[in-house]
Design a protein around this ligand. Sequence first.
Ligand code: NAD
Length: 256
Amino acid sequence: SLNGKTAVITGSNSGIGLGVARELAKAGANVVLNSFTDRDEDHALAAEIATEFGVEARYIKADMSKGDECRALIEKAGVCDILVNNAGIQNVDPIDTFPTEKWDAIIAINMNSAFHTTAAALPLMRAAGWGRVVNIASAHGLTASPFKSAYVAAKHGVVGMTKVVALETAEEPITANAVCPGYVLTPLVEAQIPDTMKEYDMDRETVVRDVLLARQPSKEFATVEQLGGTCIFLCSDAAAQITGTTISVDGGWTAL
Ligand code: NAD
């Protein structure tokens, strides 16, 4: 069990981050939720987790596109035994018309934020004598698709940085790994289905199978609960010698 451990999950008021936070809380961890907004419903998510699982849960606003706010998130958390770098955005355009501000935002949120949070969290992990860094990368951290230049660059960068963090902590009771999901049916992906149905004149089932899951051999989405379970495994004693590597949760995508 993760009783007594505190997990900070960036970008966790929705989708994978929220799912991972819920699974970690279910396993007994105290959790710190985060996003760049500061709405009542953000804080309500933390209150629900606290009530449902009997752990401490807080929501801390911090914009992961800004290095100083990434570091402030960890400082405000005060304790960070488990750091899950999950915040991420996407933009799809050919490279010659890819908007520069989108490139900069994706590199900042999807990659640079993990540098800043990790830099701030490692001293806390060392003081606690235990730590886990789990970076939510992507199948696009290991392979590429057209029109996703910034995302693919950022996710490959995260996979590379994960290896360096693992080497710098190799002789300590700290591990660093990247989880590489294929398609996960988060609200973000769900929202693309109606438009794609219209665009291709397909029913929902065909869009899911032949468009969204075209490269996912299992023809099934990974779930946020499965990603939470993967994080819990990486936090377990069984995974103490697993460091500096990637775990794909992609229905066979990267085997193709
Ligand atoms: P999502 O949009 O549901 O969640 C993204 C989270 O990041 C949200 O909580 C959002 O508020 C937060 N966020 C965005 N910008 C932020 C900022 N500036 N500061 C702080 N938080 C910010 O999407 P998701 O599908 O849950 O994606 C989560 C992570 O998983 C991302 O890194 C994404 O690249 C990765 N991923 C997703 C899939 C998928 O199929 N859904 C596949 C592979 C990898």
